[in-house]
Structure formats: C-alpha cells, structure tokens
Design a protein around this ligand. Structure first.
Ligand code: HEC
Length: 189
C-alpha cells in the first residue's frame, strides 16, 4: 500500500525523493517502463518465492484413524500472506504468457555460467519464440492453479490449498522440462 501511494507521489514530480524514501520496490515500480524483464529473476523473485509460501506452509497427513489432517495458515496475518502470495503467483502466470518486448532469460551483467544439461539463455529465448503456444499454455496452467489457490484462501480451504501445492511441482517441472533442460526429457532422466 505504502509503495503504491509513494509511486503516485513520485508521478507528481518527486520521483527521486519518493524512490529514496521507499527503497527498491518503489524504484522498480517507477521505472517499470525501462527496466528489463529478466526471466531468471522473475522465476526466483516472483514465481519461486510465492510458490514457496504455499509449499512451506501447507501440509497434509493421515491421522491414526485414517483421517486426513491438513495444516496451514492459522492467524489472519498468515492467511493474508498466503492470499498475497497466491495473487502474486496468479499475476506472475498471466505475465509469463505475454513476455514484454526486449525481455531476457538472464541478466548479461551476471555472466551466468550455464550448468551442464541446461539450455544456454539464447537457446531458451529462441525455444520460447518457436514454441510460443506451448509456452503460453504452461503459463496458463500455472496461472489457473494459483487462481484456484487464491480462491481457496477466501474460504480458508486447506484441502484445496494442499492439492494445489502438490500439483504445482508438476506444473513447474513440465515447463522446465520443455524449455529449460529439454535434454533430460529426451534422456528420460
Ligand atoms: C511457462 C514456463 C515455466 C513455468 C510454468 C515455470 N518456470 Fe521456472 N523457469 C522457466 C525457464 C524457461 C527457466 C530457465 C531460465 C534460465 O535459463 O535461467 C526457469 C527457471 C527457474 C528457476 C531458476 C532461475 C535461475 O536463477 O536461473 C527457478 C528457481 C524456477 N524456474 C522456479 C519455478 C517454480 C517454483 C515454478 C512453479 C511454481 C516455475 N519455475 C514455473 C520456465 C517456467
């Protein structure tokens, strides 16, 4: 909330001051138009970090009487954090469907070394361009799963959250197998 308010202030003319006051978040928002979209950063900072909120929080067990026992957020603050994370993940899925012009897989300044088995950044970018429909379909599956989890936060439905948490592994992995390390799919690893 704070950030949004400061961003409006900055549009009114005190961009640098507002950015300095509110830190990195505001700087990113204010310069959204000319900042690069870097897929690896987005994966770490948006997709992974919000999925992790679900993975870390919700768990499922079978009780002594074969009853399913779900645990997860309990306080209002924890539910609020879950709701925000699932909203961010759903928005992230939607954003991945239409990558902005000029986006990059990796930040070239990082001089990233590609681990064996992974595609080079240029090859990832080329593959996404070539298989755009499949890319968009994977991103839509992610968006839809997160939207289902988001809805489940409204009724505090732990079973649905747990089901989405389980299915997410596969959703992430199937896109990674096609676009990040397709050699593994062929080798059947
Ligand atoms: C639409 C396809 C797609 C989906 C869905 C997807 N990813 Fe990714 N992800 C990629 C691609 C492509 C890369 C490789 C980028 C690169 O070369 O670093 C990647 C890389 C990553 C990385 C490594 C980033 C780095 O530092 O190099 C992480 C972490 C990650 N994804 C997490 C996830 C998680 C968690 C999910 C599911 C909740 C997920 N991804 C869903 C396409 C996807």
């Amino acid at each position: 909330m704070l950030n949004a308010r400061h961003t409006k202030l900055s549009l009114a003319g005190s961009l640098l001051v507002a950015a300095a006051l509110t830190g990195g978040g505001a700087i990113m928002t204010s310069h959204a138009a000319d900042s690069k979209f870097i897929l690896a950063d987005f994966m770490n900072n948006v997709v992974m970090s919000s999925a992790d909120v679900l993975w870390q929080s919700v768990s499922f067990d079978i009780g002594p009487d074969d009853k399913e026992i779900y645990s997860g957020p309990s306080t209002d603050a924890e539910w609020d954090a879950m709701r925000k994370a699932m909203q961010a993940l759903a928005d992230g899925g939607a954003q991945l469907q239409k990558l902005p012009a000029g986006w990059l897989v990796q930040d070239p300044a990082l001089k990233y070394e590609t681990p064996p088995g992974d595609l080079e950044p240029d090859a990832v970018a080329a593959l996404i361009g070539k298989e755009a429909a499949a890319w968009s379909a994977h991103a839509e599956v992610l968006r839809a799963a997160a939207a289902q989890a988001l809805k489940a936060t409204e009724t505090r439905d732990l079973k649905t959250l747990s089901d989405v948490s389980d299915s997410l592994d596969q959703i992430c992995e199937s896109c990674h197998l096609q676009f990040w390390y397709p050699g593994q799919a062929q080798a059947g690893i």
